[in-house]
Design a protein around this ligand. Structure first.
Ligand code: SIN
Length: 484
């Protein structure tokens, strides 16, 4: 008998984890927009938060997650994350994954809003790269489909049964399956300033929305405080772990930015730090990470060191890194249960594209990689309980749209999204933005048109959610008052 087919959209850790747990018994295909190495997971520096030390407990991790999330998190989801987390990590270690150690013990880093060090890391600041590679090397029994951009979810009798994709030449390819898992990441590329991979532009969110999936909490977008900032442009992440090792945020004159802002100062929750830096920059101040107090910086942060050298930043002499906040992570997304199930039968969502409720209004640092591992396991666990007969699918054509659509220039769209839905938001501006985007069409006859269309849909969902939440909470900060 033929095996049930699982189609996974996205090659990051959540998709790879699900594939690993299913590949022996299922016919698993991973579709990815770029190469399989292109994902936000690969870029993750900090690590994986988990209560694995003797002085830590899931209860403490639970409480830090809730506090950082402004108590907007879902209790059962956070419980699952913090209790299953250490178990999933232990299993991975038994399977051969090695995390950095110090004096024969796991070396645990500290990041913002954690009350104690609990961040497991690999290769110093290369956790995402090593973890993704480890999982991908284990995927010996799956079908990889690279450079395939998903442009439409296919449904039959209200059940998700497949995905239409475009290759690099805009040729259509269709994949059918009994289980469709979206693991396609968030939406960083909606913004001109982001830590995200070039492929991450809200595709999975827009596809799910068009297929009738429920999306929630879309207004909660996390801005990371410290991207490397040179000549008016950002060049990737400078991990929060650098502050965990003692770096501080300073102005040009050396004065500390975070003193008197929050009791945790430089390690305050990320929404607080990002908003503080944004205000400073708006008033004309340049901001730097002062790394003078960080012991063995180059050894602890080899990838950041390589990036600083590649950009000729004289940090060895100045002990300073110029930084700026940028879009990093979506807390909201496709509403799922604790096993990644959406309201559309046959459709699952895991990782950043999903909103199971673990992050609330502001994600706790390094909980995202833990989420990818835990929910990757959980979706596989659920699928294994289902018995869905492999179908002979009828060929269902792509929905056709205007071939000469009216679409905005991508850069202009990104700038407008940053101005309207960035770190601080004004309701009047959001309403204006919604009028502006209403004039554009939807199209998916080319990858370029589909990408801009997905960005428009995703931006509309954020804007509508942002307008509905009239009070500031976590990463959603409303500025009331006169419109400039
Ligand atoms: C970082 O290394 O600062 C990012 C980690 C995260 O997003 O949790």
């Amino acid at each position: 008998m033929s095996k049930e087919r699982v189609i996974i959209v996205g090659s990051g850790i959540s998709g790879c984890m699900a594939a690993l747990r299913l590949m022996q018994d299922y016919d698993v295909t991973i579709i990815t927009k770029g190469q399989k190495e292109e994902s936000n997971s690969m870029l993750a520096q900090g690590g994986v938060a988990a209560a694995v030390s003797k002085s830590d407990t899931p209860k403490k991790h639970f409480s830090d997650t809730f506090q950082a999330g402004c108590f907007h998190n879902k209790v059962r989801a956070v419980n699952q994350l913090v209790t299953c987390g250490p178990v999933v990590i232990q299993k991975l270690m038994e399977e051969g994954m090695t995390f950095d150690e110090k004096d024969g013990e796991l070396s645990l880093g500290l990041e913002g809003a954690h009350r104690l060090p609990r961040i497991l890391h690999i290769g110093g600041d290369q956790t995402g790269k090593f973890l993704t590679t480890f999982l991908q090397e284990k995927l010996t029994n799956i079908n990889w489909q690279e450079q395939q951009m998903a442009i439409e979810l296919i449904k039959q009798n209200d059940v998700a049964i497949g995905v239409h994709c475009l290759d690099m030449e805009n040729q259509l390819h269709t994949y059918y399956g009994e289980h469709i898992i979206l693991a396609s990441g968030g939406l960083g590329q909606l913004f001109p300033v982001t830590t995200n991979a070039a492929t991450i532009s809200g595709d999975g969110l827009a596809l799910a929305y068009r297929a009738g999936a429920k999306l929630t909490d879309m207004e909660f977008i996390q801005f990371h405080p410290t991207l490397l900032f040179l000549n008016g442009r950002c060049h990737g992440l400078i991990s929060e772990a650098v502050r965990g090792e003692g770096a501080t945020l300073v102005r040009t004159d050396g004065s500390a930015v975070m003193t008197n802002i929050h009791p945790m100062a430089d390690l305050a929750p990320r929404d607080v730090v990002a908003a503080t830096l944004f205000e400073e920059i708006e008033t004309g101040n340049d901001i730097f990470l002062d790394i003078d107090a960080v012991a063995h910086f180059e050894e602890r942060f080899p990838a950041i060191t390589a990036s600083l050298d590649a950009h000729q930043v004289p940090f060895r002499e100045t002990k300073r890194i110029p930084v700026h906040p940028g879009a990093h992570f979506l807390m909201g997304g496709i509403r799922t249960d604790l096993h990644g199930k959406t309201n559309v039968p046959g459709l699952y969502a895991i990782g950043e594209v999903a909103n199971a409720g673990v992050h609330g209004a502001n994600r706790l640092a390094s909980n995202s990689l833990l989420e990818t591992l835990v929910f990757g396991e959980k979706v596989a666990e659920y699928i294994r309980t289902q018995e869905t007969k492999p179908q002979n699918n009828p060929a269902i054509p792509l929905t056709s749209h205007a071939k000469a659509p009216h679409l905005p220039d991508k850069q202009l769209l990104q700038e407008k999204i940053w101005e309207t839905l960035g770190i601080t938001r004004k309701p009047e501006k959001i309403t204006e933005f919604l009028h502006w985007i209403a004039a554009f069409d939807y199209a998916n006859h080319t990858r370029e048109a589909a990408e801009i269309s997905h960005m428009l849909i995703t931006a509309k969902l954020i804007a509508e959610s942002a307008l509905k939440r009239t009070e500031s909470l976590g990463a959603h900060r409303i500025l009331k008052g006169v419109m400039k």
